[in-house]
Design a binder for this molecule. Sequence first.
Ligand code: NAI
Length: 509
Amino acid sequence: MSGSSALDPSTVIGVIGAGAMGSGIATVALKAGHRVLLHDTAPAAIERAITSIRQDFDRQVDKQRMSAQERDACSSRIEAASMIEMLAPCGLVIEAIVENLEVKTAVLKRIEAIVETGTIIASNTSSLSITAIAARLSRPESVVGMHFFNPAQILPLVEVIHGKMTAPEVAKTIFDTASAWKKVPVYCTSTPGFIVNRVARPFYGEALRLLSERTADPATLDAILRESGGFRMGPFELMDMIGHDVNYAVTCSVFEAFYQDPRFKPSLLQKDLVDAGWLGRKAGRGFYDYNTDAVRPQATTASPENSPVEVVIEGDLGCARPLVDIARRAGLSVSQTNGSGGIRIDGVLVALTDGRNATERSTQSGETVILFDLALDYESCVRVALAAPDQVNKNELAAATGFFQSLGKAVSFIDDAPGMVVMRTVAMLANEAAEAVHQDVASQSDIDLAMQKGVNYPLGPLAWADRIGTQTVCKVLQHIADFYGEDRYRVSPLLRRKASAAGNFSASL
Ligand code: NAI
């Protein structure tokens, strides 16, 4: 299929559900030039939504993002549909009501009886099966998922979900329409969590696991993932913002939907927060305290140590190779020799994590090895996490700390966890992304795009795996799996295949 099949702006759009998502979706369709009919069982919700949509347009005019003429045109195109029958002229109806299969299908059955045969019925569901919704209707081929992200008027991603019976031309029309609405659409199949809510699970899951094993406190783990990993927010502050009730419910639903696959196992730590009513920002308390007099805890940061004068690079540093030039520019004397990959500083070996913890690695190599974590960009990152073996001494710690401090990085020591923080998180995100490709949920490029546009990741997980090296990612996961002896860390067959062929994901895009 080629050429755009986007719905013409003359097509009337029906939006059912005038809550947070319905209002945002209506705003997007109005700005694209459509007439929008907004329906909700609560008339007050419709009025509230229309008022707030119009106020939003006013603010856009104030900020000179919209002309007054455009505002007037958009504002005049929205109409309240107090009765569902008023949606009869719609060419596309987008449902954004309560997340309940029975309620959704009951409403959509009524819609089917009201609209023309060619009308597309889209659901904004974030967790229900599009196939299951469609199967209960009489024209399942016209049913498709159109999953916006909150706030829909701002976040660009739209997951276009085709159920088993969705006609390809219906999915394409929705894909092209989302593009015409200045959104970034991606295709995916009707599988639990679709792309984003599935692939993002390890970002929360591994952080919760590290916390439950007392690897570091939330402020330190957040700082490492932000300041070293390049994520816009750390997992704990992000979960606090999303709300633990919502985040925990999504994890539980994905876990159950995958027949309790341990990769998605929910955390007791998070359940405890939900039980306590510490739901995050909205409750004034989550991992952090949001009361006005609360003092925000700071990341644990090592005290200043002397800078080493010279360092020896032993072998290849892999994706940490940029450290060689950074060290030279910092005025250190840097020489290179053969070796297994590491930086010799005042006699102690400092190496990038390969998934084994520092104690295991030191024992195996017969000398102290202090580990450093993955960074998105060693040049610009301002923090690096280190982990030391149980048998480390004070001078060895000082040497490793002083080296990274001399490069302008804050140092956070964490407990000796396998895979550390950024490497473990990114390896697990890439593994989940690879598994989703392997199971034909979506294409490699769409998954990477979805994670960047839907949850603001600094790089798509598969592009990130390529940058680290698929063999390294595979090795990291294998070592973590060996350490825990858990199926949770099993390597995706696709990642393993790429690694065996020393290949990468982008080569086959
Ligand atoms: P909301 O609670 O803000 O709004 C839902 C609206 O639907 C309410 O105004 C309610 O009166 C109305 N409603 C309930 N039953 C109805 C019925 N039978 N007929 C007509 N209207 C009815 O909910 P929200 O957050 O806007 O979510 C709506 C849908 O979007 C859900 O399926 C949710 O899973 C999905 N979603 C939510 C996201 C979020 O972050 N809030 C993100 C992406 C999808």
